[in-house]
Design a protein. Sequence first.
Length: 162
Amino acid sequence: MSLQDMVEYRPALIRFFRRKMRDVNDVEDLVQEVFVRIAVRQGSAVENLGGYIFQTAASVLADRHRRRTVRHADDQVPFDTERHSGSDFDAGRVAESRETLRAVASALMTLPERTRTIFVLRRLDGQNYKDIAVHFGISVSAVEKHMVRAVNHLLTSPGCTS
């Protein structure tokens, strides 16, 4: 693809992405991604350049949607200083939360090391049961039992629940 081809197809690609997307701020990035993909794959002559460009554009759009879905990008809320300002924190609530956190940390430390580590890997690091099972060389069922033990321990420990 030549520079002339890029200049020629750029406006059409911009229109294509603007029709397909709610957020037009990413349009230029997507157009650039199309040109990068085509430049990387450059090797043989393309019979229908326009079709190839727009097929690549559709692929870029699908990949973007897939990435945003996996990362839950559309679930995120922009930070609003008025709505999220720290001025509405109640000192009593903050102190109570700190006490609960201390109680949970203390209760976690009383768990057997393997159970505690499995709980942390799952709940804090977000690892799935299968990966944890492979890491420890145990069955997924054993990981589930460790998790049940940890959660029950936390639920019955004083100061851990509100």
